[in-house]
Design a protein around this ligand. Sequence first.
Ligand SMILES: Nc1ncnc2c1ncn2[C@@H]1O[C@H](COP(=O)(O)OP(=O)(O)O)[C@@H](O)[C@H]1O
Ligand SMILES: [Mg+2]
Length: 439
Amino acid sequence: MLRWPPGVGKTSLGQSIARALGRKFVRVALGGVRDEADIRGFRRTYVGALPGRILQGINRVGSNNPVLMLDEVDKLSSGLQGDPAAALLELLDPEQNRVFVDRYLDIPFDLSRVLFICTANRTDTIPPALLDRMEVLELAGYTETEKLEISRRYLIPRQQEEHGLANRELSISDEAVRRLTRDYTREAGVRNLEREIGALYRKMATRLARGEAIPTHISAEDLDELSGVPRFRKDTLLGEDEVGVATGLAWTPVGGDVLFVEVSVVPGSGQLILTGQLGDVMRESARAAMTYARSRSDALGIPRDFARKHDVHIHVPAGAVPKDGPSAGITIASALISALTGRISRKRVAMTGEITLRGRVLPIGGIKEKFLAAQRMGIRKVIVPQENAPDIREVPTETRNQLEIILVNHMDEVLPHALDAEAEKEGNEGHVQANSSGN
Ligand SMILES: Nc1ncnc2c1ncn2[C@@H]1O[C@H](COP(=O)(O)OP(=O)(O)O)[C@@H](O)[C@H]1O
Ligand SMILES: [Mg+2]
């Protein structure tokens, strides 16, 4: 099975494997499949009965040893009409698939010569018994340089051809491709990048059709006019350093991402308010961060009774995907301590790591995806748990070299990198004054 984010080439790789083996290629989309009968066929007693998708596919290519891609196994769902995962289990078992019986055909069919490849964006939604049958290959996404190379070799020639411009001299500079990657897309794969390249050629084709002249070369500067306003300017996305906001790195099924944790401390009665559709595990991280901050109040110069006289509001702005998991722990703690002390948080420093009540930093998953996301976002420094050091070796060298990596065992080691040493002097409303504890 290939567990890769979208647009990283799972489907294309399946096709390439089939081509290299000289076999036919069949893709069976499993996204949204809920009934066992979709896979195993409907009995002929039903009106409109059909064979299942597997044998339909095999029939379509007319070969009994194709490469058969079970696309998006993570999006199978279990409905009322039997469990499709159970049917897959049988399909992938070499002992059983020799005599696979489609209910429509009702005679055994030998699937043992089929090469099955499954794809998924995540493995946690796949039934363990099914996952057990597979060898999982993981890919985190492409670096900027890899995207450039893929564009040069495949995406640009293909888009040029598809827009009927194959015979024209019309190149796109490397710098323009890098800029498209950086400022116009934000993805692990190359699907949107290909769309942006396609849009450039479409503009050129339109101009030609109108009888207008077109250039022979598109440079990075031309993008302002041709591709419009950049959608993802990293500097504006990160914004100014401020009090109470810290930058975290997250793993999501579509690759790594950067998230922001915001904390406000306001006069109140000791409530902890958590918003932003956080999952249970992330809520627990927030409580652990609170306890750590309270236990360190003397050293940090926070009044001991801050928790009684203030409400703490922790918010993680909604991204495209639901947020959960323990890895935001040290990010929440940094944002919280920034808010409590008035020390400015450095937003270009991104972090990931679980926090314990005593401030120990525990290892987390998805390092490779997170580092790629940091690089995409123009982050310069990342803070990660010491125990994740072995995982860092797997991060592409290009990505590693662009990041200053700080390994930590404890929250006390995080703060000097994440926050300015001194509290901001003026104009900061949120933080708790050390001298306000007495009134
Ligand atoms: N390594 C690569 N080399 C060439 N093209 C690639 C590569 N990775 C992705 N692509 C291109 O990106 C697009 C999306 O790939 P696709 O196979 O549909 O991704 P997935 O199935 O993982 O979502 C396709 O047009 C594919 O040709
Ligand atoms: Mg695909």
